[in-house]
Structures are given as structure tokens and as C-alpha cells.
Design a protein around this ligand. Structure first.
Ligand code: GH3
Ligand code: MG
Ligand code: MG
Ligand code: MG
Length: 291
């Protein structure tokens, strides 16, 4: 686990860091709360172990500051201090700490608390995954892909690069369900999603926008390349029939493309433009990309 240790005393800081490293963890150290916040802003540390008494921003204020940043993914915080006793324990927990260890640190006790931290962090991770992913296809769900679009639009505006939005819809999909039943339709949806995902680059984002509609966000490419990517998706889906329990089923998609040159505009507007283009692609005969 990547652990951030904040302690103003070099002696206890190093003892703790060495102890954690011998347990197999990767440790970064800072000497006060302000430096801890800066480190958390730059890197990803699931676990923060912080001293309470530090000059500048102390452990309690650090806990409050971390919790104020409506943060996902979660940072698990263990306060570590000679200020033990029930009153201090309560103050620490109320400030946002998850756990509390008295000084001097007993290695066995530390290991036990780390086990609790790992358990809770993995639960957080699992719940976050469920909340942001579509159960059937494993892609981002509607809320998560729209959030990704918002983030990419802000980044495009900041860095002045292009952004593409693709609205993808399966062609004549209702007859597949009507003829073969929903489970077969689900197999086709899952396989289509897999083909689309594997034809994208790691920094493109794809989510299930609705029943058999998908939204793809393509950052950092000019309109011509965005249209090429849409064409690549179309071909990847149509290349082979999908094997299902009732035999092979041919599948195609229509894709509407919207591009932004990075100047500020609404995510909803861009999605609307892609949706209009999709409508044109359907009207023009389906299995096609419409810019
Ligand atoms: P078009 O080419 O105009 O898009 O035709 P279409 O038949 O694909 O469009 P329509 O909107 O009429 O039908 C969409 C179908 O998608 C209807 C619905 O039963 C199916 N569908 C939506 N979500 C799911 C799902 O989760 N599983 C399955 N099996 N089918 C789904
Ligand atoms: Mg101290
Ligand atoms: Mg459809
Ligand atoms: Mg549809």
C-alpha cells in the first residue's frame, strides 16, 4: 500500500517509515499538515498516518482539511500521538480520523490497525466501483460517463485542445430481443460493449448512456481523427457476427459525432449535437458515422 506519514519529529517519522517499509509498504514522509495536503494533492495515498501535534497545520486540522475535499477515492486516516485518552480519541474521530494509535507505536498493534484499514479501503473501492459501473457491460454507467465528460471538457478548456463526443446506438436491436429473448439480447450488448472498448485508447472514456446507447469521450484529437475513431468503432462492431446461445447474430451500430474546439460549452449541448447527428445516421440508413 502507498502510505503517507506526517510527523514533525524526524526520529519517530523514520522509525515509523522503516517499520512500514519492512512490512512491504511504500512510504512517503512529510513533516507537517500543509506538506501532507500538498502530497495528497499530487499523489495517490490510500492511507495517511499523521502525528497529532505538529507546527503549522496539526493532525486534527489536517483531518478536517482532507475530509472537506469531498474525496473519492477515500483517504483512510490514522492519527498517531502521545495525546491518548478518551477525550482526545473522540476529538480525533470527530475531526475525520478513522483510527487512533498511541505513542510509542507497538508494531503488533500497528499491523492490526493496518489490517482494519485495508479491509475498509477495499470495501470503499468495491462500493465505488459498483456505483460508477454498469452491471451488464462493465462500462461506466450514465452518471459516471457524464461526470467524465464534464472533467474532460474542463481540461479541454484549460489546455485548449479538442474534444469529441460519440453517441453510439445499436441498429435494429429491438427485433433481436423480440426474436430471441432478453438473455440473448444481453449477450449481444455485452459483446458489442467489449468490442467498442477494445477499439479505444486508454485515455478515451466509454459508458452505457441508456439501454442500447453508449457515449464515448475522445479527448485531445482534431475532428478528422475523432471521426476516424468513430469509424474504427463501427467496423470493430460489424466485423463479425456475435456468437450467442441461438447462433450467430449480426450487429451494427450508428454513430453521431460532436466535436468541440476546447472553448467552454455545456456538456449537455455537446451530447445534444451528437444525438442529432445520430438521428441523421439512422435516417441515412444505419451502420454509419455521421459528423
Ligand atoms: P434503431 O436502429 O432505430 O435504434 O432500432 P432499435 O430497435 O435498436 O431501437 P429501439 O429504441 O426501438 O429499441 C431499443 C431496444 O433496446 C429496446 C429494448 O428492448 C432494448 N434494450 C434496452 N436495454 C436492454 C437491455 O439491457 N437488455 C436487452 N436485452 N435489451 C435492451
Ligand atoms: Mg509532533
Ligand atoms: Mg437502437
Ligand atoms: Mg436507442
Amino acid at each position: 500500500m502507498d502510505i503517507l506519514v506526517a510527523d514533525d519529529d524526524p526520529g519517530s517519522r523514520n522509525v515509523l517509515a522503516t517499520l512500514l517499509e519492512t512490512m512491504g509498504h511504500t512510504v512517503a514522509t512529510v513533516d507537517d499538515g500543509t506538506a501532507a495536503l500538498a502530497a495528497l494533492a499530487k499523489g495517490r495515498y490510500p492511507l495517511l498516518i499523521s502525528d497529532w501535534l505538529m507546527p503549522g497545520l496539526d493532525g486534527l486540522s489536517l483531518c478536517r482539511a482532507v475530509r472537506a475535499q469531498s474525496g473519492a477515492p477515500y483517504t483512510y486516516i490514522i492519527l498517531i500521538t502521545a495525546m491518548d485518552g478518551p477525550a482526545n480519541y473522540l476529538d480525533g474521530i470527530d475531526a475525520g480520523a478513522d483510527d487512533f494509535i498511541g505513542k510509542p507505536v507497538d508494531p503488533k498493534y500497528l499491523i492490526a490497525r493496518l489490517h482494519v484499514a485495508e479491509r475498509i479501503l477495499s470495501l470503499h473501492e468495491r462500493l465505488r466501483n459498483q456505483a460508477t459501473h454498469d452491471h451488464l457491460t462493465g462500462l461506466l454507467n450514465r452518471g459516471a460517463i457524464l461526470e467524465a465528460l464534464d472533467q474532460e471538457m474542463q481540461r479541454a478548456a484549460r489546455e485548449g485542445h479538442h474534444l469529441g463526443v460519440l453517441m453510439v446506438d445499436l441498429d435494429h436491436f429491438k427485433p433481436v430481443n423480440d426474436a430471441h429473448g432478453h438473455p440473448v439480447g444481453d449477450t449481444v450488448l455485452r459483446e458489442t460493449a467489449r468490442r467498442m472498448q477494445s477499439s479505444l485508447r486508454p485515455y478515451d472514456r466509454i459508458g452505457r448512456y441508456g439501454g442500447e446507447e453508449f457515449l464515448v469521450v475522445v479527448p485531445g484529437e482534431p475532428p478528422a481523427v475523432i471521426t476516424e475513431i468513430a469509424e474504427r468503432i463501427r467496423l470493430a462492431v460489424a466485423a463479425d457476427a456475435v456468437t450467442t446461445a441461438v447462433g450467430d447474430i449480426a450487429v451494427t451500430v450508428s454513430i453521431g459525432v460532436a466535436t468541440s474546439n476546447g472553448s467552454a460549452c455545456e456538456a449537455g449541448h455537446l451530447v445534444g449535437v451528437a444525438d442529432d447527428a445520430l438521428y441523421r445516421a439512422k435516417a441515412a440508413g444505419r451502420n454509419r458515422v455521421e459528423p
